[in-house]
Write a protein that binds this ligand. Sequence first.
Ligand code: G6P
Length: 608
Amino acid sequence: MCGIIGYVGDRDASFILVQGLKRLEYRGYDSAGVATFQDGSIAIRRCLGKLENLERLLREAPISGTVGIGHTRWATHGRPSEQNAHPHRAGKIVVIHNGIIENYLELRAALADRGRTFSSETDTEVISHLIDERVQSGQDLVHATRSVVHELEGSFSIVVMHEDSPDRLVAAKSATPIVIGLGENENFVASDIPAILDHTRRILFLEDGEMAEVTRDRVTLSTFAGDPVAREPRTVAWDPVTAQKGGYRHFLLKEIHEQPQAIIDTMRGRILQEQSDVSLDELAKADWLAQARRMVFVACGTAWHACLVGKYFLEHIARIPAEVDYASEFRSRDPVLDEGTVLVVISQSGETADTLAAVETARERGAKVLAICNVVDSSIARKADAVIYTHAGPEISVASTKAFTTQLTVLYLLGIYVARRRGVLSEPGAHALIQDLVNLPSHVEQCLKRERAIEKVAKKYGNARDFLYLGRGINFPIALEGALKLKEISYVHAEGYAAGEMKHGPIALINEEVPVVVLLPKDAVYQKSLSNMKEVESRGGRIIVVTDAPSPELEDIAWEILPVPTSNPCLLPVLLTIPLQLLAYYIADYRGTDVDQPRNLAKSVTVE
Ligand code: G6P
């Protein structure tokens, strides 16, 4: 999510830090800052917006020093602002941080009780206070940091400076990446290799639960428990562009593979397993939500497909009447809205013009608006009555992947949250749904492990001119999403259809040339979908079936079987999506299209 860099050496730190941050610009950010040791104290410069602003600030108010840290922030807790930008100082300690501290409210309250005051809304600032408390009581920086990381819950990587130790940085990693770059009389810390690739290719990778003390001529690794770690550096051969993509050929493939972590980040801190409930702090004041008589879901593109699944969740789990509309259609009709209606808008970017206009229409007519967004403080997030953020991190490839599956994760949480508050979901029922969600990231991981098999299927069918995707019930939107992914990035014509509608038209298209992708989970409508598949078979269609229940019977009918792990019917849409993303990716790659920036498409459509 955020970008981190640190430098210890003999050169001008602020220049190296800003150059390193520029190499991470592709990740997206909303504010930036640097800190260096200067004349016995730590100087900080931070600002909202682009690195150009930071460079301008550094020209107006330069800072010297040969040791320092730099950060680009992608807001999660607290809106984008200079106060919330990193580095964060408390007393003698200055910290930069990537990730989410789940228990920060608790920690913040305890710190406030001990007399600490805060100058930002971030979860990061609590870390600097906690470490400062310990150094004030006489601990050295490494011990103080080690004892604080044990108190932090969530996923984080941090880099810390201590005013009384001007020759060193301390880094700690729990889940989000940290690498150490080794140079001659200088060393580097970074969240991502591109930040330091101009200076060194000798890299030490920190593992989860490890720390590093970094000086200009030494790097000392240890575990959070205090045990020493011996590790040889690796020499990376990546060119700068490959490095930005984390070694993947395209951002799209990287983002597909980021999904297990993105789902973990999205549900982190929001499930109360023991109480069989969901905790959404952002809805604390939104009592109108559980009282809603009706929900209207509105979005564009992939987010609209998430809406279709969301309607199913809210009807099925929370028993609320729900309907779905394209934002562009919603705004141009005369919708019936009142205080009993909640408009749920879904948008990765939070800037899509039609979705924003739908928010305005709903508010004018007295409906409440709940937004599900990936970009903190985006226009839609600001205009809504309440926002639930997906924590997918920046999505760079134009075609949406991890934003979609994290939107489904939030909608599932929302279904449980509303159902519990409306008294329509029992505790054991909620417990079972939550347990399945906890298992989801590892199930997604298993889907990703089948990548090579899917690549082979993609090559076999990559020359087809038309594809048909069929799904039923909650998986009909996944058929739409699979078809959309394919047409967006490979330029192959593809149609998603509700399986039951096939005989009302698309069946006329089926012949030996047309691959038909059938979503066939072993759910309540399995037999019906199987019948549709047989209708395709008898017309010579080449069937690619995606299922959690492979069987000899299916082998007789299908040309290809793409298996996924099984789960409850509400989570199967996420699992069935993964092979479809990979299929679209490898067909596009086989056809040689511009996967990350397909022709005519934009990541964020801010015009009507
Ligand atoms: C564009 C993008 C799609 C995205 C849609 C909605 O068409 O290419 O990937 O799904 O906009 O974007 P939003 O940011 O509102 O989710």
